[in-house]
Structure formats: structure tokens, C-alpha cells
Write a protein that binds this ligand. Structure first.
Ligand code: THU
Ligand code: ZN
Length: 137
């Protein structure tokens, strides 16, 4: 039986590089074909260059030719039900519909699920920019 997506996120956070916050995060992103790409947070001494686990997972998937996803699991070492931050929600919205299921690890077998559309309603998208361009013509 394949490992659950939450398990993959938990495994991914073991690679987190977090000397500043000591807050480990792992993300596991599933493509519509069932492949899974994972990421962890990677911090930087200037703080602002820190990479978030979800961004790293999206980058892994996209650089391998995948742009359609149906499920994301996120876990922190604290098992506190961490959700993607605002920046990561927008990064996910570039490639995922509002019905992407976001599974947040609450510890043990407990999870909380959200739809991306409830975490980030009214996102700016390629459609927004194309509509604006059409209005200028
Ligand atoms: N972090 C993530 O990796 N994903 C999120 O969306 C929330 C925050 C990381 C960034 C930083 O390394 C640590 O968690 C504390 O904010
Ligand atoms: Zn983030």
C-alpha cells in the first residue's frame, strides 16, 4: 500500500534546514496522475530568502513537467495543523484549482482538510491579467 500523503510530508520535514526558526515543515503534493513531489523549508541567514516547504514541492513537481495537482499535505514538526502561509497559497493557486484539497497534520491520525478556494478566495491569476489586457484593447 502506498504511504499516505501526510506520511510523505512528515518524512519530508526531516530534511528541513531551519537553524533560525527551528520550525520544520514538510509538504507533499500529488499530481492528478498520482505522483508525489515533496519539499521542506530551507532557511537563509538573510531570512527573506527562506524557501517554504510548499514552494519547494511545487518547484520539484513543475521542473519535472507536472502542472496539475489534486491534493497537498502539510506537516510541521509540532503537528499543529499548520496551513500554507499566504505566499504559498498564491503559489499553489498558480497551478491548482480552488478545489485542491489541503490536508493539514494535527498529529497522530488527525488531520484537517481545506479547499484551496477557502484558504485563498479571489486569487489573482492569469485570467485576471488576460481580462485586464482585453479591457485595454
Ligand atoms: N513555513 C513553511 O515552510 N511553509 C509555510 O507556508 C509556513 C511557514 C516555514 C518558513 C520558515 O522556515 C518557518 O516555517 C517559520 O515561519
Ligand atoms: Zn509559505
Amino acid at each position: 500500500m502506498p504511504e499516505s500523503l501526510v506520511t510523505r510530508a512528515r518524512e519530508a520535514l526531516e530534511q528541513a534546514y531551519v537553524p533560525y526558526s527551528e520550525y520544520t515543515v514538510g509538504a507533499a503534493l500529488r499530481t492528478v496522475d498520482g505522483e508525489v513531489f515533496v519539499g521542506c523549508n530551507i532557511e537563509n541567514a538573510n531570512y527573506s530568502n527562506s524557501l517554504h516547504a510548499e514552494e519547494v514541492a511545487v518547484a520539484e513537481a513543475v521542473k519535472n513537467g507536472h502542472r496539475e495537482f489534486d491534493r497537498l499535505a502539510v506537516s510541521s514538526g509540532a503537528r499543529d495543523g499548520v496551513t500554507p502561509c499566504g505566499m504559498c497559497r498564491q503559489t499553489l493557486a498558480e497551478f491548482c484549482d480552488e478545489d485542491l484539497v489541503v490536508v493539514c497534520d494535527e498529529g497522530g491520525e488527525e488531520t484537517t482538510e481545506y479547499a484551496l478556494g477557502e484558504l485563498l478566495p479571489n486569487t489573482i491569476s492569469l485570467d485576471t491579467l488576460e481580462a485586464a489586457e482585453a479591457n485595454r484593447e
